[in-house]
Design a binder for this molecule. Structure first.
Ligand code: UDP
Length: 472
């Protein structure tokens, strides 16, 4: 093309899970506010959930468009009927997404480019997808990959061959060895690596999908990360030896973007504000295991009794479908009466609103990456109960590197009395103040990184410059 003015148009496609959708939405807003056109693509199943929550008037970005941002909104099918329960049959859904979805994306991109040819299109897709290189090649598009998690959990599978060479792929489940040869990672114990690298995870389609995706990302032109330089400097700089990586996160929190509020929750949010208002500062424990993970009734029961025995006030999100068996009868009998006034159980909430309420003094979390970032952003310390995927690796960072959290316990054999003691200690024991101080420091560092000329802000501008050069 050569030195022409770039009329950039991002085609953005995220994985259809809340923890990916959230950063993608804010990245779209950030991008559009730099003058790019964005077509934000949701899977029809996601759009349908939003519609049933918000009604037929729902339009994800209408407010942003009113204030002059050029964000278009489109949907694509994933190859399964709408009524298919994607949460319960997650593996089957992923199978279809990996197999049938690529040709649907291909058609969509071709059609979009034909119908509106006056743009310089580029792809901005979730690193979890293995198909972007093929689509980028076919349509001659710059291929930007967005990794919504930590640089650590990118670096490990990025160097999959090193894990294999060293006998750490797959990691045996009971193995406890230090992995110390991944560039920029320092040390990580095999027990903390992602579940899809472990022997027990091999049966899952996720391992195959991640291997294909991390192979595919090696041909991406530019890679965005939802982390910030100050959190993982060594890992990011080692990754830059291979490809251009940009730590532009956390994208979710820009103050100016929040004026374009989009309703991105896939479930209706219960309002916890009135309940929290009646509680003293930093006295309430917020408990949530995110949008995606399943657990057992036994785990929920022990946690329930542990929370009750701790005597600590709590807000607990129990998402419909949290049990792996699909059962909706989740809590112990009579629990509602037991916790009257002390605990509030909701199916879903506006997590940021809850975490930023002064009454909240701690977060019992599965350590999903968005939840971890949100906890830091609100200066709230964490008590960690990771279950699978990247959550154990995130816990390691929270506890050992950033030091604003403690561990609750490992695995599924929980003990209610032990849980109660841990929770009490976490909320008001000797180390609770220092954990909160560390969380507050991270909050300040994050605000600085996102300010004009902060590290993430500068990196984002650099990314935009480099992208324009690639497209020219
Ligand atoms: N979330 C929410 N309300 C809830 C529970 C979770 O809005 O009641 C949001 C939370 O703020 C976060 C996302 O859902 O942005 C969960 O993402 P995370 O990466 O923490 O975990 P995942 O769901 O991917 O396991």
């Amino acid at each position: 093309m050569g030195m022409g003015k770039v009329n950039g148009h991002a085609i953005m496609i995220s994985l259809p899970h809340q923890g990916h959708i959230n950063p993608f939405i804010y990245l779209a807003l950030k991008f559009a506010s730099k003058g790019f056109t964005v077509t934000f693509v949701h899977l029809e199943s996601v759009h349908h959930k939003l519609l049933s929550k918000l009604g037929p008037q729902a339009d994800l970005f209408s407010q942003a468009r009113h204030s002059g941002l050029d964000i278009r909104y489109a949907t694509i099918g994933d190859g399964l009927p709408l009524e298919f329960d994607r949460d319960l049959h997650f593996e089957e859904h992923w199978g279809v997404i990996m197999r049938d979805f690529p040709s649907l994306v291909d058609e969509f991109v071709g059609e979009l480019m034909r119908s509106d040819p006056d743009f310089d299109y580029f792809l901005m897709t979730d690193t979890f997808y293995p198909w972007p290189p093929a689509v980028a090649r076919k349509y001659n598009l710059v291929n930007v990959s967005f990794w919504t998690q930590t640089a650590l959990t990118f670096a490990l599978p990025y160097h999959w061959h090193l894990l294999e060479q060293n006998g750490h792929f797959p990691c045996k489940d009971d193995m406890e060895e230090e992995i110390d040869y991944i560039p920029g990672v320092g040390q990580i114990n095999t027990k903390d690596v992602m579940s899809y690298l472990k022997e027990s995870g091999l049966a899952s389609i996720v391992t195959k999908a991640m291997a294909a995706a991390l192979d595919a990302v090696k041909s991406a032109d530019l890679i965005l990360h939802n982390t910030m330089l100050e959190l993982e400097p060594e890992t990011l700089s080692a990754l830059n030896e291979h490809q251009p990586n940009y730590a532009v996160g956390p994208v979710n929190f820009s103050k100016s973007l929040h004026s374009h509020t989009v309703s991105n929750s896939l479930w209706s949010e219960a309002d916890c504000t009135d309940w929290l208002q009646s509680k003293p500062p930093a006295s309430v424990l917020y408990v949530s295991f995110g949008s995606f993970i399943h657990t057992t009734k036994q785990v929920i029961e022990e946690l329930a009794h542990g929370l009750f025995l701790s005597g600590v006030d709590f807000v607990w999100v129990i998402r419909p479908g949290i049990l792996s068996c699909g059962n909706t009868d989740v809590l112990p009998e009579g629990f509602g009466d037991m916790i009257e006034g002390k605990g509030l159980v909701v199916p879903w909430c506006n997590q940021m609103r809850v975490l930023s309420n002064p009454a909240v003094g701690g977060f019992l979390s599965h350590c999903g990456w968005n939840s971890t970032l949100e906890s830091m952003w609100c200066g709230v310390s964490m008590i960690c109960y990771p279950i699978a995927y990247d959550q154990t690796a995130n816990r390691k960072l929270v506890i050992e590197k950033w030091k604003f959290g403690v561990n609750l316990c490992d695995g599924e054999s929980l003990d209610r009395v032990e849980i109660a003691e841990k929770i009490k200690g976490f909320m008001s024991g000797a180390s609770s103040d220092s954990l909160r101080q560390e969380a507050s420091k991270l909050k300040v560092a994050m605000e600085k990184a996102l300010e004009i000329n902060g590290s993430s802000d500068r990196t984002f501008d650099q990314f935009v410059e480099d992208l324009k050069v690639k497209m020219d």
